[in-house]
Design a protein around this ligand. Structure first.
Ligand SMILES: *[C@@H]1O[C@H](CO)[C@@H](O)[C@H](O)[C@H]1NC(C)=O
Ligand SMILES: *[C@@H]1O[C@H](CO)[C@@H](O)[C@H](O)[C@H]1NC(C)=O
Ligand SMILES: *[C@@H]1O[C@H](CO)[C@@H](O)[C@H](O)[C@H]1NC(C)=O
Ligand SMILES: *[C@@H]1O[C@H](CO)[C@@H](O)[C@H](O)[C@H]1NC(C)=O
Ligand SMILES: *[C@@H]1O[C@H](CO)[C@@H](O)[C@H](O)[C@H]1NC(C)=O
Ligand SMILES: *[C@@H]1O[C@H](CO)[C@@H](O)[C@H](O)[C@H]1NC(C)=O
Length: 425
């Protein structure tokens, strides 16, 4: 437990701040100056009592969390008896000035430039103030020291598209807040983060933690080798009946987080990439993108059932992120979250993910991170004009620090501590 300093500084700093700014100081001050000591002391005691109920979550919530630290059985049962468990993804955004940002992207070499909005000139900071408040439970505040201990000796793997890369970057930056020697956290081969790199692996040397990212935007096998007689318009194929050929590198891990979605559009696949679906030896020109997506998820589910060891690996699958485009390459990043989601809290692909996994996963429990509703309000949290190319707006990706930190806080502070393979450390 050598790594707590950063975090402790942070907490003691913020409690000092609240003491400075809060009523306690003024009351104390007047107590010392006046003769009304007894009424003053009573007021002070009441003020302290009020503050501590704010600082410590109520006993009921502690019990609720404590109750759940059983076995991996709990992951399994939470899939079927969701109503007993709190649905952490059903909630609302509330203002909070003390939790975020968790880190400063300028000081985190793993936050890529394209997502580091502050460095790219974003001045307003309101988008960093919002906390996700589930209806029926609390998300405990992220504690980098505790998270590092929980992950000691573990391998964490993110697989998917650029939104998985953002989550991977956020994860590393959050954990680095608890690391004193920043140079003890490094990419194994010294590789730079790029938009197309296939594999990145970051090691936290002193805690023996590895955090990998594998780019696999469809999760399926992609190939430039075409079946005989393929028409000219086909440049590449995506197999709907075979997962990505690097999938064997994912399974030997303690935590696996998947996503796929953004690349499954007619325009991106069939027009831009000239990429078409293939099943077995045959090209499937008649199949809709949504049917292709459904088939791919079924293939993924079969692969996961056959290859993942549920005694070792905890698996999460993220649903679709809301985007907030106004038109092609055009968007307005708002100052505040939206008050209504205008239907963006629903997504056909998210429904497919939940449906397929619910139906297919038997041996291997997969927890769905249903992020669609929570992101749908956050038109304020996108990269907008503050990416790596100022002439291109971006209302698909999110700023770092920012919303992806909250996905990770949900994993690191809410889900993982309840799971036996992580809580036993
Ligand atoms: C804790 O678990 C027991 C038995 O499973 C249950 O009766 C009780 O309501 C639970 N308490 C809380 C706070 O969830
Ligand atoms: C982050 O740190 C840098 C350098 O230490 C500092 O210049 C910058 O103001 C900080 N950013 C924020 C948002 O506080
Ligand atoms: C680091 O963790 C791996 C498992 O991820 C384990 O095999 C290895 O023995 C650990 N190394 C040390 C030095 O503890
Ligand atoms: C590092 O390079 C080795 C050798 O080329 C390769 O096998 C390995 O996958 C790379 N690791 C990462 C994290 O990219
Ligand atoms: C998982 O653990 C259970 C109970 O300990 C055991 O019966 C089962 O064989 C294990 N499965 C694997 C794949 O190791
Ligand atoms: C949402 O509602 C609040 C309070 O009614 C208002 O102050 C705020 O401007 C609204 N936000 C948006 C984005 O419309």
């Amino acid at each position: 437990m050598v790594v707590h300093n950063n975090f402790n500084n942070q907490t003691s700093y913020s409690s000092l701040q609240s003491l400075k700014n809060g009523k306690q100081r003024t009351i104390l001050h007047s107590c010392l100056n006046q003769i009304w000591i007894i009424p003053c002391l009573i007021t002070l005691l009441i003020a302290i009592a009020c503050t501590s109920t704010l600082l410590f979550p109520n006993i009921h919530k502690i019990l609720q969390i404590y109750n759940f630290t059983t076995t991996s059985e709990s992951i399994r049962s939470s899939r079927t008896t969701e109503s007993v468990d709190c649905n952490v993804f059903d909630g609302q955004w509330v203002e909070d000035n003390s939790r975020y940002p968790i880190y400063n992207s300028t000081n985190c070499p793993f936050a890529e430039r394209g997502f580091s909005c502050f460095e790219n000139g974003r001045k307003d900071k309101e988008y960093l103030r919002w906390q996700w408040k589930p209806k029926e439970c609390e998300i405990p505040r992220f504690d980098a020291g505790k998270a590092l201990e929980m992950l000691r000796g573990k391998r964490v793997v993110f697989v998917g598209d650029s939104l998985s890369r953002t989550q991977w970057e956020s994860w590393i930056c959050m954990l680095m807040e608890g690391v004193k020697k920043k140079e003890s956290v490094y990419e194994i081969n010294g590789s730079e983060i790029t938009k197309t790199i296939r594999h990145l692996g970051v090691k936290f040397r002193d805690h023996n933690i590895t955090v990998d990212f594998y780019r696999s935007v469809f999760l399926m096998k992609k190939d430039y080798k075409l079946p005989a007689g393929a028409p000219k318009k086909v440049r590449m194929i995506v197999r709907l009946d075979q997962v990505d050929d690097i999938s064997d590198q994912w399974v030997d891990s303690d935590l696996l987080v998947f996503n796929t979605g953004g690349w499954w559009t007619q325009n991106r696949l069939f027009n831009e990439m000239r990429c078409f679906f293939q099943i077995g030896d045959s090209l499937e020109f008649g199949m809709s993108v949504i049917d292709g997506y459904k088939m791919a998820l079924n293939t993924w589910a079969d692969w996961a059932e056959a290859n993942i060891n549920p005694n070792r690996t905890v698996v999460f699958f993220r649903t679709i992120e809301s985007t907030h485009w106004r038109g092609p390459n055009q968007c307005d990043v708002s100052q505040q979250p939206l008050n209504e989601t205008k239907g963006k809290d629903k997504s056909e692909k998210s429904d497919i993910i939940m449906e397929v996994l619910e139906k297919k996963m038997k041996r291997v429990p997969v927890k769905v991170m249903h992020l669609t509703p929570m992101g749908s309000y956050r038109s304020d949290a996108h990269v907008g004009n503050w990416g790596d190319n100022p002439s291109m707006q971006d209302c698909g990706h999110w700023c770092l620090p920012g919303l992806p930190d909250i996905w990770n806080e949900i994993l690191l502070s809410y889900f993982l501590p309840k799971m036996s393979s992580f809580s036993s450390n």
